[in-house]
Ligand binder design. Structure first.
Ligand code: EPZ
Length: 417
């Protein structure tokens, strides 16, 4: 159990380098097995989910180790195509190993993945995409068995731009004969990051960032070195913390375009946003204005992952903020916890209404999921007295040294293990 001790902080101030992206790292770690290769990855965050991916790689027979923010993988010795349930259930992204294993071994045996509880998280789109490429897949009580003598390129039309299904299809398609075209693909920056990595591995991939991605095979590469892009959701989290505390914070090493919808709403709430090429400075002068209606949507829309942290920033804003969550059916689990601090939030299905209050007071909370936990920390920074966020390890799945980074900006926070 981790306990975050958070006290009211009047102003976050200073500059902060944003960690490498969790959601870019995880599919890239899986991609390392689609061919025998030695890979050096830089700027990989030290996180529970990254650790889980490395344990899967080791189980499969790869060398995989992390030193600081560098990860070394040698997938030449891969010997297995089975991932046991104990490793699969640690995170949602374990499912991306399915496409990667089929590409490398022509088979994969695994079980349904774990991950944050955000409502139903089926994998039907992943399975359908792989089946269209010729994989035979059987499911029995949560166990999945995939085999394919030969994958063939085809047109895959995704009915919803699922990030994970797009990634799985991209990985498998690298080993398919002929061209694969994914229509209705996810457009998230992490998809572009995966495309760039696959190209560096020798694959022919184009179109990421648009809704049509083309993959047409792969040439041999023996080794490569690659740098993971910065984490746009961590950037959004720190920006929301700065906005909520009346802060002046510069986020460095990040492309502001990648979380421009979050910056847009923070600007609407009264913050000044000063864009640099690879940085953004946010100045907040005190009590924010509510931002009206915010609807989550696939990229380039407002990211569902930033919804809980924006909610936290709006708890003391003047007026009403209305959030409509369209991606996950149950992503307001932080709301009842935030109400324990004195917040005024009403949740009705996919809609949450937040009426800004004058004051919040510290209380003991329980983190419900990764971004919900981060929201509680932001709220704690705005609450009188001390807030305790008790966490079974959700926050450290995705945030590296969040206590240290916030403390460097002046936050009164420490993490007790
Ligand atoms: C990725 O999850 C991210 N995870 C999530 O980040 C993020 O919230 C999500 O994309 C949406 O942006 C990683 O990249 C590791 P999806 P993923 O498939 O791939 C439904 C965080 O906080 N769906 O785009 O699982 C699904 O139920 C996290 O860092 C199907 O119905 O997301 C959901 O409602 C949590 N069938 C919606 O699509 C499928 O086969 C979006 O899911 C697949 C998805």
């Amino acid at each position: 159990m981790e306990i975050w001790h958070v006290r009211e902080t009047k102003r976050l101030e200073g500059a902060c380098f944003v960690q490498g992206s969790k959601n870019a790292s995880l599919p890239i770690l899986a991609a390392c097995i689609i061919r025998p290769v030695r890979v050096e990855l830089k700027n990989v965050p030290q996180l529970r989910d990254v650790d889980a991916a490395l344990r899967i790689l080791r189980h499969l027979g790869c060398l995989a180790e992390q030193r600081g923010n560098e990860v070394y993988i040698d997938s030449t010795g891969l010997t297995r195509s089975t991932i046991p349930h104990a490793l699969m259930e640690e995170m949602r992204s374990s499912v991306i190993f399915m496409g990667a294993l089929i590409a490398r071994c022509g088979e994969a045996q695994l079980s349904l993945p774990g991950g944050c509880q955000l409502g139903k998280r089926p994998i039907d789109l992943h399975l359908s995409a792989l089946r269209q490429m010729g994989a035979q897949i059987e499911e029995d009580r949560g166990e999945i068995c995939c085999g394919s003598a030969r994958l063939r390129g085809c047109r895959i039309a995704l009915p919803f731009p699922s990030v994970g299904a797009t990634e799985n299809a991209m990985l498998a398609a690298c080993a398919a004969e002929g061209e694969t075209v994914i229509e209705g693909a996810a457009r998230e920056p992490e998809i572009l990051a995966l495309q760039d990595f696959l190209c560096a591995m020798g694959a022919s991939v184009s179109g990421a960032g648009s809704n049509t991605i083309c993959i047409s095979g792969m040439e041999k590469r023996e080794a490569l070195s690659w740098r993971i892009v910065p984490d746009r959701i961590v950037a959004a989290t720190i920006a929301c913390a700065a906005a909520a505390t009346g802060g002046d914070v510069e986020l460095r090493g990040i492309d502001p375009q990648q979380f421009s919808t979050v910056l847009y709403f923070l600007n609407q709430s009264g913050c000044d946003i000063i864009h640099g090429k690879r940085s953004v400075r946010l100045l907040s002068s005190g009590r924010l204005r509510a931002v009206g209606e915010v609807m989550t949507a696939p990229f380039p829309g407002f990211p569902t992952d930033a919804q809980p942290v924006l909610m936290a920033a709006m708890l003391k804003a003047r007026g009403e903020t209305r959030i409509i969550e369209t991606i996950f059916e149950n992503r307001y689990r932080q709301a009842p916890e935030l109400c324990r601090l004195g917040a005024d939030i009403t949740v009705n299905g996919r809609v949450a209404e937040i009426w800004g209050v004058e004051r919040l007071h510290g209380a003991a909370l329980t983190a419900t999921d990764l971004r919900g936990g981060a929201a509680m920390i932001i709220a704690g920074l705005c609450a009188e007295g001390e807030t305790l966020v008790c966490d079974e390890g959700h926050i450290t799945r995705g945030y590296e040294g969040l206590d240290r980074r916030l403390r460097a900006l002046g936050a009164d926070i420490f993490l007790e293990y």
